[in-house]
Design a protein around this ligand. Structure first.
Ligand code: FES
Length: 163
């Protein structure tokens, strides 16, 4: 006849091991869930900021631009025009759907390659689907004598910068 006490003490360590095993699994799962919550909370609370280049562009010395020249700065998407009346800057971004326009020296016009809008060198629309002229941009000379353009500030057209 088997001894009941001996049998009970014999099973006890195995049950404790199983209990301890599941406790460790449970605590491990909670730790992983807590770590995930902390990471996602940090991502949610930290500012989601896009750093864009400055709207202010230094286009260089005024004397670098010949009279009656149209110079495009592809990187900043602007034209710097030196006319008889003075300097001005135009946005090179088409007012239709935002394509980058191009200066055509032979025809003396600014043309959009996407849907055929055409503009004079002062930004007035000649033809095409563009709803508005190309905007004139705020232009000034800084303390070092460089021409500066603010791409974020439109000004009324025909306001030449005279130096
Ligand atoms: S984007 Fe220039 S004409 Fe359409």
């Amino acid at each position: 006849m088997p001894d009941a006490t001996l049998e009970l003490t014999h099973k006890l360590p195995a049950e404790l091991d199983r209990r301890a095993f599941f406790t460790k699994i449970g605590l491990g799962s909670l730790s992983i869930a807590a770590a995930g919550t902390i990471v996602f909370s940090y991502e949610y609370l930290s500012p989601n900021v896009l750093y864009e280049p400055s709207a202010i562009v230094n286009v260089g010395k005024p004397e670098n631009f010949a009279v009656n020249s149209v110079t495009m700065d592809v990187n900043s998407g602007i034209y710097l025009v030196r006319a008889e009346e003075g300097y001005f800057a135009l946005s090179a971004v088409c007012t239709h759907l935002g394509c980058l326009t191009a200066w055509n020296q032979d025809l003396g016009i600014i043309a959009c390659p996407c849907h055929g809008s055409k503009f004079t060198r002062t930004g007035e629309k000649i033809e095409g689907p563009a709803p508005k002229p190309l905007p004139w941009l705020k232009t000034w000379v800084d303390d070092e004598g460089d021409l500066m353009v603010d791409r974020s500030t439109d000004i009324p057209s025909l306001q030449y910068l005279r130096i």
